[in-house]
Design a protein around this ligand. Sequence first.
Ligand code: F6R
Length: 361
Amino acid sequence: ELGDHDTYMHKEIGEQADAVDRVLAGRIDDRFATVHLGGLNLDPREARAVRRVKILGCGTSYHAGLIGAQMIEELARIPADAEPASEFRYRNPVVDPDTLYIAVSQSGETYDALAAVQELKRKGARVLGVINVVGSAIAREADGGVYVHAGPEVCVVSTKCFTNTVVAFGLLALHLGRIRDLSVKDGKRIIEGLRKLPGQIAEIMESEPEIKKLAQEYADAQSMLFIGRVRGYPVALEASLKLKEVSYIHAEAYPASELKHGPLALIEPAMPTVAIVPDDDLLEKNRAALEEIKARSGRILAVAHQEQEKADRTIIVPKNEDELDPILMGIPLQLLAYHTALALGRDIDKPRNLAKSVTVE
Ligand code: F6R
């Protein structure tokens, strides 16, 4: 089943272009510049009545939810945020009838997410699922949702399912946007961007030899800092989690905007920074952060749409629409985590102390 791959992680990273094809398949409606999501169970009138969106998930699914929340705010202009399901369920949350709750889970069995959904349902909330495993516990409990069709994910750490979940949020945001104030022109722009994703993912995969070399350069780090701003911040969070999980190198993600409020104190040559630098309206701000790090002799690896002068190394990622860029920017960092772990001889598919589905409290 592994074919030419040494691990499921490597196989699953490589499957992402095809996986994204599957999450898009049969859902795009060019006539109305929107998408059809058959299982949503939310008619247009109900969708218009939503005043707020709250997304709940754990680990990587929480990070996908953070990107999803930004997409929903940007494209549908509905206030949206994400919170770890594990925190939400322990804080006696205010459950609001005008809020649409969305539970995110690859397995659909994560106990903390399931318990959050059950509590929400008990209080009369409407809960959708963005889930990979069809018929799983959370899928059964939810009022409707979107299956992400990533296919089976065997490696304990999530890669292709993360990407497909974020694409599914892109579809949901477009759908909600087109019921509300997103123009036909913007709808078409996003559809075009979505269609480009599989080809662009294939392009990213071609930089694997270069990323492998970078991984060998960084494998001796004791600790790494990941930074990003707004759309780039959840990408930094996810990339830092991936590196921790498979390589056991300590990594910490910070919003680039917060550097001067503390973490700059950590910068020195032994503390490399990975910076997410999309070519969007925040490019200059991000460049300024790179300059701050360089001025303190920090090593920088940038993931960007164009070469970054202040960075020691830049991994170039193909540009998509600004709103969809986060889907692509994390992919080279999955490869970086994988190759770092490989260089260190880690048990990549089964990192110590972790389980694929966390069905306990
Ligand atoms: C990270 C990872 C975990 C899971 C988390 C939630 O690579 O795999 O952080 O994302 O345990 O699992 P699901 O998505 O199955 O609810």
